[in-house]
Structure formats: C-alpha cells, structure tokens
Design a protein around this ligand. Structure first.
Ligand code: NAP
Length: 287
C-alpha cells in the first residue's frame, strides 16, 4: 500500500514556521499584507478567497479584499492593479480567476508588478523560473515540489509524467520537475497513447480536472502519484483525477483529495507573500 503524502499536515508545519517569521517581521515594523482582487461572483472563487483569507489570518498576514461586480472594465481593473502596485503597504497582489470574458486575464497578470506577483503568473516570473533564476513560483507546482522534498522522494533521473498543460499548473510543473533533474513528459487532450506513456512514469502528476481518470492499470508498480484535480461530483463530494482507492494499492506514494495538494497551494501562497515582504524590506528570504 502506498504511503499517503499528508499535504494538510505539511501545510500546517509550513504555516507554523511562517507565523514565526511574520511575528519577527512585525517586530521590525513590517506588516505583511496581501491584496486579493475578485471580479464577478463565481461561487468557486468565493470559497477559494475565503480559504485564503482564513489562512492569512492564521499566520498573521493582513488580507485586503477588492471585490467588484462583473461590469468592471478592463481599464478599471488595470488601474486598480496599478494603484496596488504603487501602494507601499501591500506586498502581494492576487487576481482571482476566472474573470469575466471581456477582461484579458493575461494582460492583468502582466500588469501586476513582478515583485508583488505572489501567484507567479507574470511572464517575468514565468521566464525567471524557466531560466533557473529566483522567481515567484506558481503556488500549486511549488507546493508539489515541497511535498516531494519533505518525503525525500528521488526526482533526479526519474521519468515524470505531467497530465495537463495549463498555465497555472501543468506548464510551471514541467519547469519545476526539470529543475529537479527529472525527465519530463507532458500529456494533454490531444496526446495519443496516454496509457502507454503513464506506464513508464516513476512520478505521475495529474492536473486535468477529470474525476478518477488515472486508474491502477495505467501506472507502474511503485509509482509516485500526485493528484492535483479537484472535481465536484453530482452527490456533492469531491474527488481528484486519480482513482485513489485502487491506485494506492500499487503506488509507493500518493496524495489524497482533499488533504493533499490543495492545502499546500495555499501554504505556498503565504510563503510567497512572506518572501515578497522580506525582499521589499531587504530581509534575507529563506524560502
Ligand atoms: P485546465 O486549465 O482546465 O487545464 C486542463 C488540462 O488538462 C489541459 O491542458 C487539457 O488539455 C488537459 N486535459 C483535459 N482532459 C484531458 C484528457 N482527457 N487527457 C489528457 N489531458 C486532458 O485545468 P487546471 O486549472 O490546470 O486544473 C486542473 C485540475 O486541477 C482541476 O480539477 C482544478 O480544479 C485542479 N486544481 C487544483 C489546485 C489545487 O490547489 N489542488 C490548483 C489548481 C487547479 P488541453 O490543453 O489540450 O485542453
């Protein structure tokens, strides 16, 4: 049976460390603060923003919400971002997706100053990650790397197969695994023979949003399986992209849903925010 990678516990440990760091910063007159912008009333986003707010509160990070209805124009949004860029009391800016269709989200991400881009979506951070420079790394891939490190999972020379090529998970994950010296294959909706490719994977990272897509027969004995998916089923329960029960019988390590990648994503957002506050104030960043 696979060992379960407990993202919830690791996230707690990271939050405990961050809480101490935030307290130290405050003693030195630095008050880490995150600004979250939400446009429209997407119900999923409301839950995510609430969870982020609670997590910030737990470690002592100040949290400011900027909520707008879906009529906000792109120009207005860009002006709000610029204002937050210029606000010295704010260390991180997060634009919750999705945004209404009339707004070009990439343009908005480009407008967030790279120094405050704690989600790691500005092309400057994406580029710095890809050339191995210090960068704010997209929180989900960053959290996955932290989990692999915590559990001493060997990545060097291993075949890592990533399912999904989104800008927020799949693509930055490719770079993160390359930086960990894995040999990386990425699959998407047009990939042929996913089964065959998965069979050769030492590490599987599933981020496609398809309930229980990865089956026991698809993986090799002892594979490490990381499940990013969050899928709400008709009965209201949540499951990942991996058939957890069955795949656990064959994998060496596996992340559960919930309690795996999800809590780590939020923990790394807090970590990025603390890093941003430290860089701005020229305190040595440890993360
Ligand atoms: P996304 O933007 O919808 O991208 C999905 C990716 O999966 C696309 O690249 C798509 O390929 C690929 N795909 C879809 N169906 C496929 C199939 N049958 N076979 C192979 N590839 C397929 O999704 P996302 O934002 O990356 O999120 C993926 C999942 O992770 C979702 O369930 C989301 O809720 C979850 N998520 C969780 C966290 C967390 O913190 N735990 C964070 C972010 C996302 P194409 O590019 O060809 O369309």
């Amino acid at each position: 049976m696979a060992e379960i990678i407990n993202g919830k516990e690791l996230a707690k440990k990271i939050r405990r460390e961050l809480k101490k760091e935030v307290a130290e910063l405050k003693e030195n007159g630095i008050n880490p603060k995150l600004a979250v912008i939400m446009v429209g009333d997407d119900s999923g986003s409301q839950v995510y923003v609430k969870n982020k707010s609670k997590a910030c509160e737990k470690v002592g990070i100040e949290f400011e919400e900027y909520l707008y209805d879906s009529n906000l124009t792109e120009k207005e949004l860009l002006d709000i971002i610029q204002k937050l860029n210029n606000d010295n009391s704010i260390h991180g800016i997060l634009l919750q997706s999705p945004v209404p269709k009339h707004i070009d989200i990439n343009k908005a991400f480009r407008t967030i100053s790279p120094e405050k881009d704690v989600d790691g979506f500005n092309p400057i951070n994406v580029g710095n990650l890809s050339i191995g420079e210090d960068a704010f790394i997209s929180c989900t891939p960053y959290g996955i790397i932290k989990m692999l490190e915590e559990y001493d999972i060997e990545t060097e020379g291993k075949n890592a197969v990533i399912l999904g090529r989104s800008n927020i998970v799949g693509k930055p994950m490719i770079q993160c695994m390359l930086n960990k010296n894995s040999t990386v294959t990425v699959c998407h909706s047009r990939t042929n023979n996913i089964d065959k490719i998965l069979k050769n994977a030492d590490i599987v990272i599933a981020a496609i949003g398809k309930p229980r897509f990865v089956k026991k027969e698809m993986i090799k004995d002892g594979a490490v399986v990381i499940d990013v998916g969050i899928n709400r089923l008709e009965d209201g329960t949540i499951c990942g992209d991996v058939d957890f029960e069955k795949v656990s019988e064959k994998a060496s390590y596996i992340t559960p849903v919930p309690g795996g990648v999800g809590p780590m994503t939020i923990a790394m957002l807090l970590s990025n925010l603390v890093k941003a506050a430290k860089i701005k104030n020229q305190v040595k960043a440890v993360h």
